[in-house]
Write a protein of this length. Structure first.
Length: 454
């Protein structure tokens, strides 16, 4: 195929092409495009075209073989306003310096050494669910997991000073989320009164968040000596007061980037994991058996969490069907080709884990929930690029170990205490927001368990 040809793809209708369909439900729309046009497709979005690349071999071309011909897609203004120039959005030398510097804090060894306090904080948080178990009042799982993962990520990133601010940050972040422009809002401009109001509330919440982080920063040098947070690591070389004074904005960006990337993705993915555990009774039974046998009522340690093999497969399978980051994209820096098709400079290339995780060539009966897909013998020969919940290549998720470890920890601590069951009649449907969240939340009943056998 000569590289002068564009790949096939849908045109949609009218001036906006496929944009309305894409905004309505990007996951389903992109799935249909891949089904109709194959591993690479060009989609008419009205004013511009985007490519969907869903075939693993071609994903490798974009993320690994030709990684230097792309940059991150940072066109989404609101994300940049919240997290700024941290590791997720930075490019070139700034990114390289941030990533290299942070890497030692993300190794399995470094993260395992934090498990003890993470587990204590999470246990204390989950013990409070007893009130819900006693009152019979359902919990809103997504809300609860956001609080919990904010607490864990906040202390890990910003240190102990975060704990006293956790409720304030949660309230502020909630305002940011409620006023986040929806995909369908973007077509109308700020002259629309509802959007104008949302934009003002969004900015107001963001100023409160900044104030909170700057206050924490100003107090930090006093408590730094005993602290465990990433912030201590960031300020270790030199005079902390001077470093903070000279690099306020950059430190704020790095902290908020790690905080936001860590908590929201993990909270949503935990929600889906608890959903599938409840939905499939045989999965629930096996998980509770494994946690009962391996942990009983003992505190989780890295060694014990390492033995929760079935639980880990359930988390992985839940990340396959419900990747909290359902898609990510890159922008071409120059004219080149993918799979023999022409890719012009500035083209946005979308990679959808939602779509690739459902390709029947790689995932037999893809909609079926089957944790044993991750058994060693069944995973042999499957392309590494067919499973991309944490992306791949040099800009892959630096926190993937942390995400799986925290998910295992929380599932284990819950299984030691409670049984969760979806409120009958509660509708569960994925929605594309900043993560792929349950559109109507996730209401669950909590029942306390008699202590698990050791
Ligand atoms: C289930 C949970 C998580 C999922 C599904 C997830 C997924 C992803 C994905 C798909 C990317 C690539 C985005 C892109 O290329 O545009 C990414 C990047 C990133 N993630 Fe995660 N993530 C999770 C948890 C975490 C955690 C716990 C942290 C810890 C701080 C983290 C930190 C980051 C950072 C800093 C980046 C940017 C890396 C870079 O560009 O060098 N993530 N994540």
């Amino acid at each position: 195929m000569p590289a002068s040809t564009f790949p096939p793809g849908p045109d949609g209708t009218g001036k906006l092409g496929c944009l309305p369909e894409m905004r309505q439900n990007p996951m389903k729309f992109l799935e249909k495009v891949a089904h109709d046009y194959g591993g690479i497709a060009r989609i008419n979005m009205g004013a511009y075209y985007s490519y969907l690349v869903s075939e693993p071999k071609l994903i490798k071309e974009v993320l690994v073989d030709h990684y230097d011909q792309y940059k991150k897609n940072t066109r989404y203004k609101q994300v940049r306003m919240v997290i700024g120039e941290g590791m997720l959005l930075s490019e070139g030398e700034v990114w390289k310096q941030q990533r290299t510097f942070a890497q030692p804090k993300f190794t399995a060894k470094a993260l395992d050494s934090q498990l003890c306090w993470l587990s204590a904080l999470a246990s204390e948080f989950l013990d409070n669910w007893k009130n819900h178990a006693e009152s019979g009042k359902a919990i809103e799982l997504e809300f609860q997991f956001n609080l919990l993962t904010q607490l864990l990520a906040g202390v890990w990133v910003m240190g102990a000073g975060f704990q006293q601010r956790a409720h304030t940050v949660a309230a502020i972040y909630n305002k940011i989320r409620m006023n986040w422009p929806e995909m369908t809002d973007l077509k109308s401009n700020l002259l629309n009164l509802k959007n104008l109001r949302k934009a003002l509330y969004f900015r107001h919440a963001l100023s409160s968040l900044n104030r909170c982080v700057y206050e924490l920063l100003d107090e930090y040098p006093e408590i730094m000596r005993e602290d465990i947070g990433f912030l201590r690591y960031l300020l270790a070389e030199g005079d902390p007061k001077k470093l903070i004074r000279q690099n306020r904005r950059s430190i704020r960006d790095q902290l908020l980037t790690l905080f936001v990337t860590a908590f929201e993705t993990t909270a949503t993915s935990l929600c889906w994991t608890l959903y599938v555990i409840d939905k499939y009774p045989e999965v629930k039974q096996k998980i509770y058996e494994e946690i009962g046998t391996v942990l009983g009522q003992h505190d989780p340690t890295p060694e014990l969490l390492g033995k929760l093999e079935y639980t880990e497969k359930v988390i992985k399978e839940s990340l396959r069907l419900y990747s909290s980051v359902h898609s990510f994209s890159r922008v071409a820096l120059e004219d080149h080709s993918i799979g023999g098709y022409k890719v012009p400079k500035d083209m946005t290339v979308i990679i959808s884990s939602y779509v690739t995780h459902r390709l029947a060539e790689y995932w037999e009966d893809p909609e079926r929930f089957d944790p044993h897909r991750f058994d060693k013998d069944r995973a042999v020969g499957r392309s590494r690029f067919a499973y991309i919940p944490f992306a791949a290549g040099h800009r892959n998720c630096i926190g993937s170990y942390m995400a799986v470890m925290q998910s295992k920890l929380v599932v284990a601590l819950i299984a030691q205490r409670y049984d969760l069951s979806l409120v009958p009649g509660h509708v569960v449907e994925p929605q594309a927001a900043t993560t792929m969240r349950p559109k109507y939340g996730m209401k669950m009943h909590v029942s306390s368990l008699p202590a698990l056998a050791a």
